[in-house]
Design a protein around this ligand. Structure first.
Ligand SMILES: Cc1cc2nc3c(=O)[nH]c(=O)nc-3n(C[C@H](O)[C@H](O)[C@H](O)COP(=O)(O)OP(=O)(O)OC[C@H]3O[C@@H](n4cnc5c(N)ncnc54)[C@H](O)[C@@H]3O)c2cc1C
Length: 309
């Protein structure tokens, strides 16, 4: 009988890339563990509150709907799905994965599919006011913004799209961006620029988020002059991009300067038997389709490695 902690393939991360890798590995007859730190599978899909219309397998009204579809597909296979199982340490040479709580998983191949997380401002008040004015999602919390003064930080699609959406609800929107120009799609930039409720603050950084019980103001600082300005605010939405969840393996496996894991066209890293899939290895086109495709690619490459074809 197989040792319950020994697998052909161990997949770290239960988002679209990890689920796809697990489905493919099982379908190829490999014993497979899918390890997820949170209490549910789905990764970023659980944070998508609008429709996902560009995944060819399914048009979904929300990320959770697509997640449920993925989980249902996975349930047809016999992967060992370990949720609430954060990976605390991994030895990529020994292929040993240590979970919170002490369990150690061994595998012949490992697929790292740990995705990305939202970048933080790292300023005073950012952590303190979570749930007290710091918004988690503009779309989900738009009603809470009715009649409020909202500060949105960032210059990409997520920041500008939220400015356009929340302008229908908010009394005013301050858009704070550290660069000279926005990186967002033209349609969002044009809409935001035409909107009388949206005030732009380019070349400015957030210095602090202040208040007593909840957010009351945001201090921004002009980057060129160093001059500070206080914006009265009830709510703050930070959308300044994402960073790869690769700290677990940094120093063991090759990454680029931003921490994204470097892979070849078969999702192989520089270490034998170690693969990476999805957003953690894809700074260029982080999408559900790409993540699912890379998961499949890694599982097939793992099969070739184990069975030597
Ligand atoms: C608001 C929003 C809207 C989006 N809209 C679209 C869209 O319309 N179309 C589209 O194609 N894409 C969209 N995306 C992007 C898409 O969701 C991602 O590209 C996709 O989820 C990436 O999948 P992944 O599996 O690589 O990573 P993730 O979804 O980030 O999953 C990674 C998983 O790894 C787990 N993990 C991390 N570290 C550990 C650890 N140490 N131990 C155990 N588990 C760990 C995490 O908890 C997470 O569940 C959107 C994303 C967001 C946030």
């Amino acid at each position: 009988m197989r040792d319950k902690d020994q697998f052909d393939v161990a997949v770290i991360g239960g988002g679209p890339a990890g689920i796809s890798a697990a489905i493919w590995a099982c379908d190829l007859g490999l014993s497979t563990a899918l390890i997820e730190g949170r209490d549910q599978l789905g990764g970023q899909l659980t944070r998508v509150h609008n429709a996902i219309r560009n995944y060819p397998g399914r048009f979904a009204d929300s990320g959770n709907e697509l997640r449920d579809f993925f989980v249902e597909s996975l349930s047809r296979f016999n992967a060992d799905v370990l949720i609430n199982s954060s990976v605390e340490r991994v030895d990529l040479l020994e292929k040993k994965i240590s979970l919170a709580g002490g369990r150690v998983i061994n595998a012949s191949a490992i697929v790292i599919a740990t995705g990305v997380r939202r970048r933080k401002l790292n300023v005073a008040g950012e952590v303190e006011f979570v749930g007290k004015g710091i918004l988690e999602s503009g779309v989900k919390q738009k009603e809470e913004c009715r009649g409020k003064r909202v500060v949105i930080v960032g210059g990409g699609d997520a920041a500008l799209e939220n400015a356009v959406i929340l302008s229908e609800y908010a009394e005013s929107i301050h858009l704070v961006h550290r660069r000279d120009a926005f990186a967002a799609r033209g349609e969002f930039v044009e809409k935001a620029e035409r909107d009388p409720k949206v005030e732009m603050h380019l070349r400015a950084e957030v210095a602090a988020i202040e208040g007593r019980e909840k957010v009351e103001s945001v201090t921004i600082k002009e980057r060129m002059t160093g001059v500070s300005k206080r914006l009265e605010a009830d709510a703050v939405l930070v959308r300044i991009g994402v960073e790869a969840n690769s700290s677990l393996v940094r120093g063991q496996v090759a990454t680029d300067d931003e921490g994204y894991i470097i892979v070849d066209s078969e999702c192989r890293t520089n270490l034998p038997g170690i693969f990476a899939s999805g957003d953690v290895a894809n700074p260029v086109s982080p999408t559900v389709s790409t993540a699912a495709g890379m998961g499949a690619t890694a599982a097939k490459a793992a099969y070739d490695l184990i069975y030597g074809s």
